[in-house]
Design a protein around this ligand. Structure first.
Ligand SMILES: Nc1nc2c(ncn2[C@@H]2O[C@H](COP(=O)(O)OP(=O)(O)O)[C@@H](O)[C@H]2O)c(=O)[nH]1
Ligand SMILES: [Mg+2]
Length: 258
C-alpha cells in the first residue's frame, strides 16, 4: 500500500491550494463586491483541473485502463461495496484502488486485503480538501504500473457536493446513496446525481426498519438524470450485486475490447 499526502504548504486558512476555501461551492453566487472576480477564479481552477483530467484520460485510454470514480457522503458504504465488489471481479480483472480521505489509512488497509494495489491519499495537509482533484490523482497514479491494470477504482472523499465538480479523468462515475440518508437527498444535491452514470442505493437490508420511499427516490433521481441506471444493493448481504457488477464489468470489457 502506498500513502500520499500533499507536501505543498498551506496557503489559505483552510488550506485549499488554488483558491479560497470552498470557493468552488460559490460559482453560482454573486456577491455585490467581489462576486464577478470570484467566479473568474473558480472558473480558472476548474478549467485547469479539466485540462489535467483530459491529459490523464488520454493516458488511461492509451494504456487501456478503465477508471471508475465512486462518490457519496461519508458512511454510505463505498468501502464495503468495493471490498465485496473486488472479491467478485478480481479473478477476471486486474484492479487497483486509489482511496481519498482527509485522514487515516483505514480504508486502504481494508481494501488492500483484496490483494489489489491500493494507494491512500490524505488531504489533511491541504487543510482537509473535501474532494480529489485531478493533480492529486495524477500523483497517486504515478505510483501504479498502468500496464498491469484493467480497472482503476477511485474511492473519492466522503462528500455529496464537491467531488462532483472535479473531473479526474474517469470513464464512469457512480454515486452511492444509502437508504438511511433519506429519499430527499437527490433533490437536495442534484449535481452529484446529474454528473453520475449510475446510482447505487445501498443498505437495502435495513429497509424493513426505515420509512424510506423507494418509488419517491427513483422518481426524484429520474427527474434529475432521466434513464440513469439505479441499482438497489446491500453491501452487507450482496443483494443486487449481480446487476451492479454486470453493469460495471460490462462497461470495463466494452472499453478494453475484452
Ligand atoms: N446494514 C448495512 N450496513 C452497511 C452496508 N454497507 C455499509 N454498511 C456499514 O456502514 C458503515 C460505513 O460503511 P463504509 O463502507 O465504511 O462507508 P464509506 O464511508 O462510504 O466508505 C460501516 O459500519 C459498514 O459496515 C449495508 O449494505 N448494510
Ligand atoms: Mg470509505
Amino acid at each position: 500500500m502506498w500513502f500520499i499526502t500533499n507536501q505543498t504548504p498551506k496557503r489559505n486558512h483552510k488550506g485549499h491550494q488554488h483558491h479560497g476555501p470552498h470557493d468552488h461551492h460559490t460559482n453560482e453566487v454573486k456577491t455585490k463586491k467581489s462576486g464577478t472576480r470570484k467566479i473568474k477564479v473558480v472558473k480558472r481552477v476548474l478549467d485547469a483541473n479539466d485540462m489535467m483530467a483530459d491529459r490523464m484520460r488520454t493516458v488511461f485510454n492509451d494504456k487501456k485502463v478503465f477508471v471508475l470514480n465512486m462518490m457519496s457522503s461519508p458512511g454510505s458504504g463505498k468501502t464495503t461495496t468495493l471490498e465485496k465488489t473486488l472479491a467478485r471481479i478480481m479473478p477476471d480483472l486486474n484492479c487497483a484502488v486509489i482511496v481519498g480521505d482527509i485522514c487515516t489509512t483505514q480504508d486502504a488497509d481494508r481494501l488492500a486485503k483484496s490483494g489489489a494495489p491500493v494507494i491512500q491519499i490524505n488531504t489533511d495537509a491541504f487543510g482537509g480538501d473535501c474532494h480529489l482533484a485531478a493533480h492529486v490523482v495524477e500523483k497517486a497514479v504515478a505510483n501504479l504500473n498502468l500496464d498491469t491494470i484493467d480497472l482503476l477504482i477511485v474511492e473519492n472523499i466522503g462528500n455529496l457536493v464537491c467531488p462532483a465538480e472535479f473531473d479526474i479523468g474517469e470513464d464512469k462515475r457512480v454515486v452511492v446513496l444509502s437508504v438511511t440518508e433519506g429519499e430527499d437527498k437527490p433533490a437536495k444535491y442534484p449535481l452529484m446525481f446529474r454528473e453520475c452514470n449510475a446510482t447505487l442505493l445501498n443498505k437495502t437490508d435495513l429497509l424493513p426498519y426505515l420509512d424510506f420511499d423507494m418509488d419517491l427516490v427513483r422518481t426524484s433521481i429520474g427527474k434529475i438524470h432521466p434513464g440513469m441506471p439505479i441499482f438497489e444493493i446491500s453491501a452487507k448481504t450482496e443483494d443486487g450485486f449481480d446487476q451492479w457488477i454486470g453493469w460495471l464489468v460490462g462497461n470495463v470489457k466494452e472499453k478494453l475490447g475484452m
